[in-house]
Design a protein around this ligand. Structure first.
Ligand SMILES: *Cc1c(COP(=O)(O)O)cnc(C)c1O
Length: 234
């Protein structure tokens, strides 16, 4: 069910975010769909021009999947256990949360089995928070080198979930560091990569991410409103 109020809210929210992105025409808005109903998600795709969706839990991705409008691309953005890769490999267009070599090996194996090449972003724990996934910046060069061994993975850029900052200006430090890592490490390790992607900035930080050169902003509550319980298909 999609109430008229909710539809209005989603439409207004997307319009307002677009207004803020006028100076950044190349940037993609990802609608982060955890806890949302297929009706809400498909409204964003069909009526608001959203072309990219992000899901961060395998179970919800599977619950959503059959009812989603597949004209939008779908990226996996959450922490991913190796034994779950096989469930999503043929359903997502990119995995943005690669944070270990063993996960890379499993993605490579399952992609090969499925006969595809899977684009991946390397996730960085840029704020060095214990609660967060991602590698530390000093681990990036070695992980890039090691990824060369995997033929069914396409390293495509970097992703981060920045710490929550009370002072919005502090986001600039994290995001400019991500941009620096993309330019001085990722692009050097993968000179053949055509358009390396930065995925950073969420509802509370997308302005700062735009200013620091992001390519994807990942917005959940800023589009759909406050989150409730995980979505379960009845
Ligand atoms: C939930 C989530 C987002 C969006 O968060 P909001 O604060 O709702 O915009 C972005 N990225 C990841 C990885 C998420 O899990």
């Amino acid at each position: 069910m999609l109430t008229e109020e909710k539809a209005f809210e989603i439409r207004e929210n997307v319009a307002r975010i677009r207004e803020n992105m006028k100076d950044y025409p190349h940037v993609h808005i990802m609608a982060v769909i955890k806890t949302r109903t297929p009706e809400e998600i498909n409204f964003a795709v069909r009526e608001c021009g959203i072309t990219l969706l992000g899901e961060n839990r395998v179970q919800e991705l599977l619950a959503h999947y059959d009812d989603l409008d597949h004209s939008a691309k779908l990226h996996f953005i959450g922490s991913l256990q190796k034994n779950k890769v096989k469930y999503i490999i043929d359903k997502v267009d990119m995995i943005e949360s690669l944070d270990s070599l063993s996960l890379a090996a499993e993605i490579d194996k399952q992609a090969k089995k499925a006969g595809i090449k899977m684009p991946v972003l390397i996730e960085l724990n840029i704020g060095r928070e214990e609660s967060k996934g991602g590698i530390f910046p000093e681990e990036l060069p070695a992980l890039c080198d090691a990824l060369r061994a995997y033929e069914s993975i396409v390293p495509s850029g970097l992703m981060t979930i920045a710490p929550i900052c009370e002072n919005k200006d502090d986001y600039n430090g994290y995001f400019s560091e991500m941009k620096r890592l993309l330019d001085t490490v990722f692009k050097v390790k993968f000179p053949e990569s055509q358009h390396p992607i930065l995925s950073m900035g969420m509802s509370g930080s997308f302005h700062e991410a735009l200013q620091n050169g992001t390519d994807i902003i990942r917005i959940g509550e800023g589009i759909f409103g406050k989150r409730g319980e995980p979505y379960k298909k009845i």
